[in-house]
Design a protein around this ligand. Sequence first.
Ligand code: I3P
Length: 90
Amino acid sequence: MEGMLCRKQEMESHNKKAASRSWQNVYCVVRKGMLGFYEVPISLGDSVCEVAHDYKKRKHVFKLGDGKEYLFQAKDEAEMSSWIHSIHTS
Ligand code: I3P
């Protein structure tokens, strides 16, 4: 099963309350004994995905968006190219 849930961390450990206690929307996927938390998936339909040549503070960064824009940093050039290729062909 997967879908949106609102999540709040109540405890840090058995005797310690969590420091950050606000509710957050998270996309949850339960599969094979694991529960994954993700950002809300975004449609790639009208999105532009390209190397972020104008972003100079980090290397191997690409941008994705259609107005609302995200930057993603990969570990190296090859990994960045793979992600961009995957996004273009999905
Ligand atoms: C928390 C936020 C949570 C609230 C929590 C607050 O503040 O208002 O909704 O939990 O109360 O600390 P912040 O957004 O500044 O982190 P509830 O909704 O369960 O009341 P708490 O510390 O009493 O858990």
